[in-house]
Every structure is written in structure tokens, then in C-alpha cells.
Design a protein around this ligand. Structure first.
Ligand code: UDP
Length: 371
């Protein structure tokens, strides 16, 4: 008999498992994939750590989260500075003085402020009610049209007028020359990859891969006193209140026999016409070098395409609009009635989560559960 059966070996499940095991609990983890680590999984190819389910850049302002991950891996000093490509015009992200200079030729913060102020006045927005209005009131109409509208509508498959404004709040606006995408005190990529970090986190914990809990839930649940489910909460309930909507991603990954494709880890294609949202060149997360510090002769790129999720596909981003939030609350009511099972993580809670927030949420869950 196990104390905990944990479904899903992503960050939430792994942190909870570590905490339970460290408190002397017997833990069994299962995952329906044939590998651990959920969507932070990385695999090595040609000396390059490939972020198989999309780029993951660890960033946090929370010392507790940073200290936690550093127990299991060293981190490099990677700083995310994506480039936006709008029909071949290249801009710095997030929005900062380099972006404003390239866009309008302005030189001082004062000139940039005046320009944005004027565009905002012309758009006549007082209280932003959706992502479009929020974006225009932050950066004006031209930046919205060139760097936000197309990208966001490709990524979410919805008009910016129908999207909640909190999505865009992830993107800082600065009147300084600072290309660091994240306003975070701590940032980096685990040296040797996320999979190795999670392997260390899960050391000594029993694992069964390629096992689909939902196909044999009674037999598996009988093995443990408590069950943590980190998969999609609606799927757990067989979508009985309707499916929650997600955006899915598809990656076209290519090994190229050249050392440098785009000169940066991430280039966002912010026009509407290019079908992909961004291209990730994985080697630049580790400065283009292998573990011994030698430059890598080849490169691996992933074109990222966003699509509407359908049952049976991989869910990525929860669509946290009002309709889906309301449906999610109904599922949460069902979950509150469970005696043995509890839920957590991006899919279990249906939340657009950064990695540090997932870790802190798992630590809190562990404190509640385990004391
Ligand atoms: N965004 C944008 N243009 C960009 C990058 C981001 O308009 O070049 C907006 C878009 O609405 C997106 C949001 O900012 O959904 C958050 O983007 P981010 O890249 O931070 O999301 P991630 O996919 O990395 O979680």
C-alpha cells in the first residue's frame, strides 16, 4: 500500500512527490507518456538540449522557488531577449527603448512616452475592457498592430477584443534600454536540461511510465491511500460538464547542418501571414556550446504553430476566458466532493502557470497535505 499515488511526472507532481518522500511517505508515480518531466521535458540531440514541448525559461522573483530548483540542478545565466520579426523588420522585445527607437526613431524616454500618449488619446480608451484596449493603452496602436495583434490572434485563435487583458500583462513595457523579457530577480536554464533536473528530484521514487491512469483508475487507485491527479480536471470527469478549451501547439523540429540559423533562442513572427508564431533555436539557451564548452557545429530549430485543442490532442494553454472559468468552477465543485483524490498543476487547476508558481503551489499543497 502506498501513501500517495501521483498521476503525472511534471513539475507539480514531481515537487509534491519529493516533499512526500522526504517526509517518509511511500510514493508511486505514473505517467502516460514514456518519459518523465511533463512539458518541461528536454531531450539531448547533437549535444543540444531540445525543449520538446516548447521553450521553458525558468524565471522567478521568489527566492523560495529559486532555491528549490537549485537543489536539483545548477543553472546557467541565460536571459530571455526575444526578437520580433514583422515582415522582416526586427524589433527588440519586450517593449523598451530599443523597440521605440526602431519603430519611430525616438531617442529619449520622454519622446517615446509622448508618442504612446498621443496614440492612446487618439484611440480614446479610458478603462481597457479587453486585450486590444489594454495593449493600446500600454503601447499605442502601431506597436499593437505590428507586434501584438497578429501574434496574439495566431496564438489564441481569437480576436484580441475577445481575450482577457491579463494575458498581455505578462509583457513588460519599459522606458529603458533593457531587453530582458522577464522582470525577474532569478533566471536561467538548468545545465544539462530539465529532464536531468527532474530525474534528480525524483531519485528514489518509484515510477511507472506508459501507464494511463484513466484507463485503469480503480485498480491503480486501490494501491494508495491518497491520489494526486495532475492531468486535465475535465478529462478526469470524462468531460461530463463539457470540455474545457485549450490551445494546442505543434512543433516542426529540424536539425540543420549550419552553426547558426537566427542568432537568438527565440524569434517571434508577429505578422498574421507567417503561419508559425515563433521559431526556437535550442542551442542558444546554452550559448551554443556543449557541456565541455565547445561550440556546436549544427543547430536544431523548432517552428511553433498554435491550434485549437480537440479531445485526444495535447492540451497546452488553458483558455481562461469567462465561459471556461465558469465551467472550471463547476469541475472544482465536483473535485471538492472527492475523498481520496486531489488535483494540482496547470491541467489539474486549469491555470496559465509559470514554472515557479507551479513549484510554490505544489509546496503549499504539500504543506496542507503533509504538514
Ligand atoms: N505577445 C505578443 N507579441 C509577442 C509576444 C507575446 O503579443 O511577440 C503577447 C501574446 O498575447 C501572448 C502573451 O503576450 O499570448 C504572452 O506571451 P509569452 O511569450 O510570454 O507567453 P508564453 O507562450 O511564453 O507563455
Amino acid at each position: 500500500m502506498y501513501d500517495y499515488l501521483i498521476i503525472g511526472t511534471g513539475l507539480f507532481g514531481a515537487v509534491f512527490a519529493r516533499e512526500a518522500a522526504d517526509r517518509g511517505k511511500r510514493v508511486l508515480m505514473i505517467d502516460r507518456r514514456d518519459h518523465i518531466a511533463g512539458n518541461v521535458y528536454t531531450r539531448e540531440q547533437e549535444g543540444i538540449q531540445v525543449h520538446q514541448y516548447g521553450a521553458h525559461i525558468f524565471h522567478s522573483n521568489e527566492k523560495r522557488a529559486w532555491d528549490y530548483v537549485n537543489r536539483f540542478s545548477e543553472f546557467n545565466r541565460f536571459t530571455n531577449s526575444p526578437i520580433a520579426n514583422f515582415h522582416g523588420e526586427l524589433y527588440s522585445l519586450p517593449f523598451n527603448m530599443y523597440t521605440f527607437n526602431r519603430m519611430w526613431g525616438v531617442v529619449t524616454p520622454e519622446e517615446a512616452r509622448e508618442r504612446i500618449e498621443r496614440e492612446r488619446r487618439e484611440a480614446a480608451i479610458s478603462e481597457p475592457k479587453n486585450l486590444e484596449e489594454q495593449a493600446i493603452s500600454l503601447v499605442g496602436t502601431e506597436i499593437y498592430e505590428k507586434l501584438i495583434k497578429g501574434y496574439t490572434e495566431k496564438q489564441w485563435g481569437r480576436s484580441c477584443r475577445e481575450l482577457p487583458s491579463f494575458i498581455i500583462k505578462r509583457l513588460p513595457v519599459r522606458y529603458t534600454f533593457d531587453n530582458n523579457y522577464f522582470n525577474a530577480l532569478y533566471q536561467g536554464i538548468p545545465i544539462g536540461g530539465y529532464t536531468a533536473m527532474l530525474e534528480r528530484m525524483l531519485s528514489g521514487i518509484e515510477l511507472r511510465l506508459g501507464v494511463d491512469y484513466l484507463k485503469e483508475r480503480e485498480e491503480l487507485s486501490a494501491l494508495a491511500k491518497r491520489v494526486l491527479f495532475t492531468g486535465p480536471i475535465d478529462e478526469y470527469y470524462d468531460f461530463r460538464l463539457g470540455a474545457l478549451e485549450y490551445r494546442s501547439l505543434r512543433f516542426e523540429t529540424e536539425l540543420l547542418d549550419i552553426p547558426n540559423f537566427q542568432g537568438n533562442a527565440a524569434v517571434n513572427y508577429t505578422d498574421r501571414e507567417t503561419p508559425w508564431t515563433r521559431i526556437i533555436e535550442h542551442k542558444w539557451f546554452e550559448f551554443g556550446r556543449d557541456r565541455e564548452g565547445n561550440p556546436l557545429p549544427k543547430t536544431i530549430i523548432s517552428r511553433e504553430y498554435s491550434s485549437e485543442w480537440r479531445i485526444g490532442e495535447e492540451p497546452y494553454y488553458p483558455v481562461n476566458d469567462e465561459k471556461n472559468q465558469a465551467r472550471c468552477r463547476e469541475y472544482q465543485k465536483l473535485a471538492e466532493g472527492e475523498e481520496k483524490v486531489f488535483f494540482g498543476g496547470r491541467l489539474g487547476e486549469y491555470r496559465y502557470y509559470d514554472m515557479d508558481a507551479v513549484i510554490l503551489s505544489a509546496l503549499r499543497a504539500a504543506e496542507r497535505e503533509l504538514g
